[in-house]
Design a protein around this ligand. Sequence first.
Ligand code: AMP
Ligand code: MG
Length: 401
Amino acid sequence: MIPLEKALKIVGRNIPRLGQERVAIGESVGRILAENIVADSDQPPFDRSMMDGFAVVAADIANAPTTLKIVGEAAAGRGWQHKLKRGEAVRIMTGAPVPAGADTVQRVELTRSRFQDAEEFVEILEPAKKGMSVVKKGSEIRRGKRLFVAGDVVTPQNIAALAAFGYARVWVAKRPRVAIFGTGTEIVEVAKKPGVDQIRNSNSITLAALSSRFGAAPEIFPNAKDDLASLKKAIKAAVRGRDILITTGGVSVGKYDLTKAALTELGAEIFFEKVALKPGKPVIAARLGKTLVFSLPGNPVSAAVTFYLFVRAAIVGMQGVRTSSMQEGTAVLSDAVKAAKDRHTFTAARLANDKGGRLVAIPLRGKGSSDLVSFANAEALISLEMNTRAEVGDQARILYL
Ligand code: AMP
Ligand code: MG
């Protein structure tokens, strides 16, 4: 049994970097940037009006109400290409360039325009501070400045910046190709009605969903039975052309736990097979050819926790994500939790806020590592060093799921 930190380091050291590919911007959300994103122009590209109103010289309206002559119109996409003089105003729309000579926009609600002798005038009802409702050219970002770097993820939040600076196609890391299968003579497919002694395979679909979430391209293979020949055949078929293989089940010390034997017979290099971790003590990390293999415990909660700790790190690391550890935080405990004597312990928890607005972790009182029903509500893992306990009201370290 090796310490958790050591196991994480071993995985970290053995993650190869995958290549990159160029995808259409619309396909890039969730992908990891393989290039830096640089502003190709000032933003905004010109002094831009934030309001519908009148472009003026602030000094002209300092003693408003005051009347100015309307000399033109600036609309979005159709600016007024002259120089505004003192005593003049230009009708301006949101998004339009503020004409040269003007320094301020007074919004239309604070104005009244009228015709007189075929000329148009506007009465500005209130003064405005110089620069009001004008976003200066380059004030959001200057041309040539870097916004995001290789290793950052593309999100719905930052994709607007990629679009604004012309990244119609984006270099991103290739998706790790992940093969997944379950092992266990008792496992049947989700669509089947389990017979006596049988259960449905809930792990493969969970691991595929988790793999996709972290940017991989997963593929589910048929389950293997608990015999060496079946396991070896399944492993050989699944590793071909894949960056990662994830299997579940058959890693414990039972008579039919044969995954390690199958891997060894196929010539895999085993990095570790037992980690001081709860849940998830029996967990194999190995390499077969160029494929990283993670053989996770069959119990659904153990499989999910070991995925988050080890497989997730490999998937994001292959894509060049800069920090591959899970997002951490602290929360106040609503109940006491206790670690195993000799293993780093993770307890699934729900999160809430107490009356004072503090983040609270509420441990899920499930029936252990097989209880996928209780784990369905998990939002975080409470992380406890081996042989420690934490009491109600203590601040605990949590990992967000
Ligand atoms: P094992 O790790 O093979 O000893 O399996 C531990 C427990 O997890 C057993 O109760 C298995 O039936 C269950 N299990 C194994 N594989 C799966 C799977 N793919 N989906 C759901 N439960 C599983
Ligand atoms: Mg089994």
